[in-house]
Design a protein around this ligand. Structure first.
Ligand code: BG6
Length: 479
């Protein structure tokens, strides 16, 4: 049933995500008139705030995390906020929460980001208090399990209270504008799709590099590691969007049907097709930073870097490696996708001394949003000493091309879609399970072969073995 909810219930309302992302996103949507006048936002967490104290708390978060020029509607936004303290293990607490939420005859959207240990109790509490009725939908923020089995367990628990059409699993990368633009690039242009296959593409690289380290997330990160924190979700979603067949329509079913086929075509990697690393003390942008074990306060085998050579066993991508790498404390923050095309089948310029370089498409996702296609061009001249060709970029800088529209953060888009009930940019259960299936097999193989993280210096591009992983195929990571 389609409905635009006029109640939004935020679990984890005092947490880091709420302060940095959710409250600023909602405030921006409010300021731009994108949410209905009557939308009320009810925050809940353990902390014993009342409405007034929560509004103060929210104001401080907005002042800290929202650019001053986007805080226009802050005063009126704060009036939408309400708060109800909750201990997720206290059943009566949910009855009080439901009373605070009030009538939900116009629809309720719930945003759940909670500690894994409280997950099931929360779902049960929602169901028991009538907050999981037909006019309720639920957005789920990670972590949603640590492997296929625990993810199934969580999904089973949620599905006892909400059907799949009302479950919105969040992968915030899908809320990023440039990630959605991948679909426009591929399917709103005629020139890429005929070439988008093994006959014309040599390989694909996907890099998600971060300069940050643990950022105080000691408990969570050390139990997860780069493979589960970044590859299982964000990087596999990027891979699926790059590799999927053209969906028939831009809608949740068609797009997710195509993504899941890609995820199911991932081949189990061979033992020498991954490299893991952990950063040691070094420097980022000239500033010294400690090593992972120093930040953590103990020795650990958790990987903070992973590079993988992945393959898709299907017709379109047979024989085309997808090199994936992600890591903390790398030299720069950069998320990009590189599509490396093959050589022209025959160079008419070879006899004139000119070398052709294969075309390359670089899709910059962050921090720079740009698309760059390298093309061969003739260097101007009379060519007395032979023809000279050079690769020149055809660049589109997205903020320049679209100077008008406001740049929005991923959660603005995702929260609005959650309120309005559009599942297109949310992950379906079968996708998550296909993702875990592949990740679990990699972890099992690491365990079987006793693979341990290699050290890399903070501020470098990871262990040298990661460079070798690509170079032994004659491929250089794009930097
Ligand atoms: C999160 C990970 O999902 O994504 C973090 O848990 C990571 O470890 C973050 O830093 C990266 O997101 P973004 O949007 O900054 O690229």
């Amino acid at each position: 049933m389609s409905f635009t909810a006029n109640r939004l219930l935020l679990f984890g309302a005092t947490g880091d995500l709420a302060q940095r992302m959710l409250l600023p996103s909602l405030c921006a949507l409010h300021a731009d008139g994108l949410v209905a006048e009557d939308l009320e936002i009810i925050g809940t967490a353990r902390h014993p705030f009342d409405d007034a104290a929560y509004r103060n708390f929210a104001r401080e978060a907005l002042e800290k995390f929202m650019p001053a020029d986007r805080r226009g509607g802050m005063a009126t936004f704060l009036n939408r906020l309400h708060y109800q303290p909750l201990d997720a293990n206290d059943t009566d607490g949910f009855a009080r929460l439901a009373a605070k939420v009030g009538t939900v005859d116009q629809g309720l959207s719930i945003f759940l980001s909670t500690a894994p240990a409280l997950f099931e109790a929360t779902i049960a509490g929602l169901a028991a208090s009538g907050l999981a009725g037909e006019l309720s939908r639920i957005g789920l923020e990670k972590p949603l399990g640590t492997d296929l089995e625990t993810s199934r367990h969580i999904n089973d628990a949620v599905s006892r209270a909400f059907p799949e059409e009302r479950i919105f699993r969040i992968d915030h990368y899908l809320g990023k504008e440039t990630v959605q633009n991948l679909l426009a690039l591929r399917f709103a242009n005629i020139m890429f799709e005929p070439l988008w296959n093994a006959a014309h593409i040599d390989h694909v690289q996907i890099t998600v590099a971060e300069t940050v380290g643990l950022e105080g997330r000691v408990g969570f990160y050390d139990g997860a590691g780069a493979l589960r924190d970044m590859v299982q979700n964000h990087m596999l979603q990027l891979l699926a969007l790059v590799a999927m067949e053209p969906p028939a329509n831009y809608n949740a079913t068609a797009i997710r049907d195509e993504k899941v086929k890609v995820l199911r075509a991932l081949r189990l990697i061979a033992p020498d097709e991954s490299v893991i690393g952990q950063y040691r003390a070094g420097a980022i942008a000239g500033k010294p930073v400690p090593g992972y074990d120093e930040e953590l306060g103990k020795v650990s085998d958790t990987e903070t870097f992973v590079a993988i050579k992945a393959h898709l066993d299907n017709w379109r991508w047979k024989g085309v490696p997808f090199y994936l790498r992600t890591g903390k404390r790398l030299p720069e923050r950069c998320t990009e996708i590189v599509v490396q095309f093959r050589h022209v089948p025959h160079s008419i310029f070879a006899g004139r001394g000119a070398r052709t370089v294969p075309n390359r498409l670089v899709i910059g996702i962050q921090p720079e949003e740009n698309i760059s296609l390298s093309l061969m061009a003739k260097v101007p001249g009379l060519d007395r000493e032979g023809i000279r060709l050079r690769s020149v970029p055809l660049d589109i800088t997205m903020p320049d091309a679209f100077a008008g529209p406001t740049r929005r953060i991923a959660y603005e888009r995702l929260l609005l879609d959650l309120i309005e009930g559009d599942q297109t940019l949310f992950v379906r259960r079968d996708e998550v399970e296909a993702q875990w299936d592949w990740i679990d097999a990699i972890r099992a193989s690491w365990k079987e072969h006793g693979l341990l993280p290699r050290s890399y210096t903070a501020g470098s591009w990871g262990p040298s073995a990661a460079i070798a992983l690509a170079e032994r195929d004659g491929v250089t990571w794009h930097e």
